[in-house]
Write a protein that binds this ligand. Structure first.
Ligand SMILES: Nc1ncnc2c1ncn2[C@@H]1O[C@H](COP(=O)(O)OP(=O)(O)OP(=O)(O)O)[C@@H](O)[C@H]1O
Ligand SMILES: [Mg+2]
Length: 257
């Protein structure tokens, strides 16, 4: 398969705890199993950075660490600001951890108290500069609207809004779409309803009412629960698991723009 857009940047967003990191991991597994694309995963969540654990790959350094080190060098005047600024790209590239299937870069958690604005601003620039070295980029975002409002993912092509089977989560999906229209340049947007069990007619009706297109329905999967319980990396989930199969069935559609 040939990608129509290169790089193809996909952001995975949604309310807290709905399964964004799980879905990012399953998509990464589905893409790397079926295609030879150069794939970059970005853990953009500074509060719940679980992607590294789920895909079993630890980045050399986080963006937050790079930022702190550069600030310290500036304060201590070890190097002039121009040299420090020029070293950011090198530092970022060295921080990307590669495996045979994909690479991982992480925003990381701030070391002290304070807001995430500086990290988010830097992350926007990093996404825009490193993505061109990859075919497909998956960004596991922080819960809610903050990174959309702050235009961290403004250069995104496809937005996948993950929702569970609660109305609150669909309401968040609606707000996300409205915000994304204003603050990003997305070309495609869709909802993944995750942890599906029983009758979800109310949810499907709401999606139609809010003009949110359904991308896929992912069932509640006992294997995900088992992996969670045993602390295993989800990337090793068997290919015949119900959740991974559903993602795999939809992967071609995801890679189209
Ligand atoms: N399809 C599924 N079947 C069973 N369990 C699931 C499924 N999807 C997600 N889970 C479970 O739901 C919990 C939350 O998942 P995950 O960490 O991916 O959510 P998140 O949206 O990334 O959360 P956060 O907002 O904290 O980043 C995890 O315990 C995960 O194992
Ligand atoms: Mg997460």
């Amino acid at each position: 398969m040939k990608l129509k857009k290169h790089p193809l940047i996909i952001a995975i967003v949604g309310k807290g705890g709905v399964g964004k990191t799980v879905i990012t991991t399953l998509i990464a597994k589905a893409i790397s199993t079926s295609y030879k694309f150069k794939l970059l995963l970005i853990d953009a969540d500074p509060t719940h950075p679980h992607l590294s654990n789920m895909v079993n790959l630890v980045p050399e350094k986080s963006l937050e660490k790079i930022r702190t080190e550069l600030i310290n060098k500036t304060i201590n005047k070890k190097k002039d600001i121009q040299t420090i600024a020029e070293s950011i790209d090198f530092e970022v590239y060295s921080a990307i951890k590669e495996s045979k299937d994909f690479s991982l870069f992480s925003i990381g958690q701030p070391e002290g108290p304070g807001c995430f604005c500086p990290s988010n601003a830097l992350l926007r620039k990093v996404i825009e500069s490193i993505s061109s070295d990859f075919d497909v980029v998956l960004i596991d975002c922080e819960a809610g609207l903050e990174q959309i409002n702050r235009m961290v993912i403004r250069s995104v092509d496809t937005i996948l809004i993950v929702s569970d089977i609660s109305l609150r989560s669909i309401e968040t999906a609606k707000s996300i779409k409205e915000t994304a229209k204003r603050y990003t340049n997305y070309k495609k947007i869709g909802v993944i309803v995750n942890r599906v069990k029983g009758d979800i007619k109310i949810i499907l009706d709401k999606l139609r009412e809010y003009d949110l297109s359904l991308f896929a329905l992912i069932p509640e999967d006992v294997l995900i629960t088992k992996f969670d319980l045993e602390g295993k990396s989800l990337i090793n989930i068997p290919e015949d698991s119900v959740s991974l199969q559903k993602i795999t069935d939809n992967i071609k559609k995801l890679l189209e723009i």
